[in-house]
Structure formats: C-alpha cells, structure tokens
Design a protein around this ligand. Structure first.
Ligand code: ZN
Length: 445
C-alpha cells in the first residue's frame, strides 16, 4: 500500500535462508577455538562478504580481570592401535580433540587412555565437544560405544598442537547510520564443527551485515564476531568509552534449528530490545519462550555485567543446553535448515524494522473520534479478513497518538502486530488525521 519499502522489508528480500545455510556449511568444517588459525580463517571467510576489520590482540594482554591466553593451533591428532589402525582421527572430525589440548606423543595403556577420553554414555554414538582453555591438559573425545569396543592393549596417542605466544583474533564491522546510536549484534566464533552453535549465528549476522550495506538507517549497526567470553571481554576492555553509544543489542546463537524461538532478556529486563523481542515473538506464529536474565549463557553475561549493564539480550531458537544435540557431533548440518534460518533472520529484521520506524504522531482531530466512514477509511486496509484488525489499529492509534506514545507503545498496548500499526498510521497520516511530532524519531523510508 506504500511504494517505499522499510529497512526491515529491504533486509528480507531474496532468499536469506538458502544463503545463510550455504555460508554456515562453508565455515562448518573449520577447526575453531578461542584463538588460532581457524578463527582467522573464519574471519577471512566473513570478510569475503563484508568489509570486516580483523583485530589481533597479543597473548598476555590484560583485559579487566583476564589475560589473553596463548594461541592454540593443532596440525594433527589421532589414537592408533598396535596394528597401526587409527581409532579416532582429528582429520575426520575436529571434535575428537579437546580444544586447547597440550601436545602429547606416547604409548599408553587402555586404563590411562580412559583418563584422557570424554564420551557421552547416555548418547553412545555421539562425540562430545570439550574444551580446557585455562587448565593444561590433553584429551580426546569419541563415541562411548567406540571406547567400549577397545581391547586392553596399548595405544599410541598423538596430538601435534602448540600453545605459544600469538594473538586473539576478532572481527568487527560497523554499518554507519544517520546517528551514532548503535545496535550491537554479537556472535561467538570459538566453536569448531558445530553447525547450530554457532555457525548459524555467524552466518546469519554476516548475511544481515551484507544486506544492510547501502541501506539508509537511523541507527548504526556494530557487528562483532569474537570468541566467547574472552573475546567479548577483550572487546569491552578495548572499547570501554564507546559502549555508551549502544542503545540496543543482541547476542545471536543457535538460530538454525526448528525450536523456540527463545529470547533471554537483558539484565535491565525492561529495555526497549526486551519489549520489542517480546512483542515480535508473541506475534511470530511459533511457540516462543521468554526468559528473564540470568548470569549464565553466552556473551550477554559480559555485556550485562554490572559495570556495563548494556541493553543486550540473547536470541536463539532452542535454548542452549536444552536439546540433545547441544555440544555434540549431532550438532551438524542436518540439525539446521534454510527455513529455520530464514525465520530467525526475519525475526531479527523485524526487530530492526520496529526500532527504525518507531515514530510518534499526534492526532490532528483529538476532540471525539473523527468520522472515518466519511473518509472511506473503515476497511481500507488489506482484505476483509484483516479489516477488523486494521479498524482496531485505527481506533487505537487515534486514541493514543497524543504526542507521548510511539507506534510501538501503541502496538504493545493494543496487542496488535507493529507492521499493521505502522501501515495504518501511514494511512491516517496521508489522510491528514495524524501529524508527526516535533520530537519524532526520523523516518528511514
Ligand atoms: Zn556452545
């Protein structure tokens, strides 16, 4: 009904689900950790789509109460039996080596091997994902059934890794808007071959940044691709003066499965981002879960630490730790699908659309209701099915547009989808029944 597309409508053009899936599949095989060449390779892959700044922070750099750790790289790793057969091989799956394993090469008994093997007895065919970033150790991960099948012989264990002075790598991309108020979008890039956690989030944000390039927006959008915990801490330590610009933020992880959607509120609990996500999920047609903030999860823990207390929530499909595939070899490309990625992407695009278009109007005819029938406005929007909703939207907008309520405030109070409220307000505006307020937020269409 209006020729101009909004920012949110422009973002969802094309075939986002297929493109996000293709990029997630491309970075899935890479062996990532909190540092090392796998992270750099992933960042370079992102940079092939967007103008990403890649930062390197040297080992030993103090970042608040933490220190950037040595850089970890692994070339090969395997367990071999006395006949020379490889029992597990890093070349087959990078999950077979515990992340940050120190180098080892020796022959050991089965009993000793078992001290250095992680399995999932309840899911005997899956390989777990394990890390030991800050305690020196080495270990392999494998299916429980495979471990059980090993005979009481000696085994050669080889992990050709090194932990040495290097750097922590993270990537940052800023889309500049009309104001320096920022929307932070953050994804962790430290997990190896796990598709949902978090190739999905990295790929979704890469696609979003790519689609946003060239669009005029009110907000500036900062995309951060950093290793979990230590990466967010490092970024915050280096950008302490900048965070005052962050008005909204989302950590994005596990967005490719068919569960949820799940939104975990910021520590503030009533930030605009919290209200907007709750609104969208209520109207998304799926079975959403809204969680209160807790100091456990992903990098919202750092952004919402009391010294920052930023308005940053966590968006996911299934909640972390709540699906059997979580942190196992079953979090592979079969777990994620273009349709789910597209739906997650649309929810984030809709979030942006609301924040970009949240205008305050004033009713130009506030004394009693204006006569809508005379202007042909009853049933003017959509088909008959939608007419009732549109009529309700008209009445709510006219009643609440007193210069104090924004369109989003009205959508929340009327419990109507924001897009319907926005389109209806445009119609009323064109008919002279609404005027944009002096203190209005600039339009982006
Ligand atoms: Zn994880």
């Amino acid at each position: 009904m209006n020729g101009e597309l909004t920012v949110g409508e422009r973002l969802v053009r094309g075939n986002p689900g297929e493109q996000i899936f293709a990029f997630a599949a491309k970075i899935y095989p890479i062996c990532r950790s909190i540092t090392g060449d796998g992270v750099r390779k992933t960042l370079r892959a992102i940079r092939s789509h967007i103008d990403l700044d890649i930062h390197e922070v040297p080992t030993g750099t103090e970042v608040f109460d933490w220190v950037v750790p040595p850089e970890w790289n692994v070339r090969e790793a395997y367990i071999r039996d006395q006949r020379g057969r490889k029992i597990v091989d890093f070349a087959d799956s990078n999950l077979h080596v515990m992340s940050y394993s120190i180098p080892v090469h020796r022959w050991i008994s089965l009993a000793e091997l078992k001290q250095h093997v992680y399995t999932l007895p309840d899911q005997p065919d899956l390989t777990p994902y394990r890390t030991s970033y800050y305690a020196e150790n080495w270990a392999f991960c494998m299916p429980h059934r495979l471990l059980e099948s090993l005979s009481d012989r000696r085994y050669e264990v080889v992990i050709d890794s090194d932990l040495s002075s290097g750097s922590l790598s993270y990537g940052e991309y800023l889309h500049k808007g009309e104001t320096d108020e920022e929307f932070l979008l953050s994804a962790h890039i430290c997990h190896p071959s796990l598709a949902n956690d978090n190739c999905s989030g990295v790929a979704l944000l890469t696609h979003l940044a790519k689609c946003m390039a060239g669009l005029r927006t009110r907000y500036s959008y900062r995309f951060l691709f950093a290793p979990g915990t230590i990466g967010a801490i490092t970024w915050l330590a280096r950008n302490e003066d900048q965070v005052k610009h962050i008005k909204h933020g989302l950590v994005v992880s596990m967005v490719g499965d068919g569960g949820g959607p799940t939104y975990k509120k910021s520590r503030r609990g009533d930030a605009e981002i919290d209200r907007v996500l709750a609104h969208i999920l209520r109207h998304c047609g799926l079975k959403p879960t809204i969680l209160d903030f807790s100091p456990y999860g992903y990098d919202e823990r750092q952004y919402c630490s009391p010294g920052f207390n930023l308005p940053v929530g966590l968006f996911q499909r299934s909640q972390f730790g709540q699906i059997p595939q979580y942190h196992t070899s079953a979090d592979n490309l079969d777990l994620i699908a273009p349709d789910h990625l597209a739906k997650s992407y649309r929810i984030i695009a809709e979030t942006i659309d609301i924040l970009e278009n949240d205008i305050v109007y004033r009713n130009t005819n506030p004394k009693c209701e204006p006569q809508l029938g005379r202007r042909g406005l009853y049933g003017a929007i959509g088909g008959d099915k939608d007419a009732a909703g549109a009529n309700m939207a008209m009445l709510w907008i006219l009643n609440l547009s007193d210069g104090r309520n924004s369109l989003f405030d009205i959508a929340e109070r009327a419990d109507l989808p924001f897009a319907l409220v926005r389109k209806t307000a445009q119609l009323l505006h064109r008919n002279g029944l609404l005027a944009r307020c002096d203190d209005e937020k600039p339009s982006t269409t």
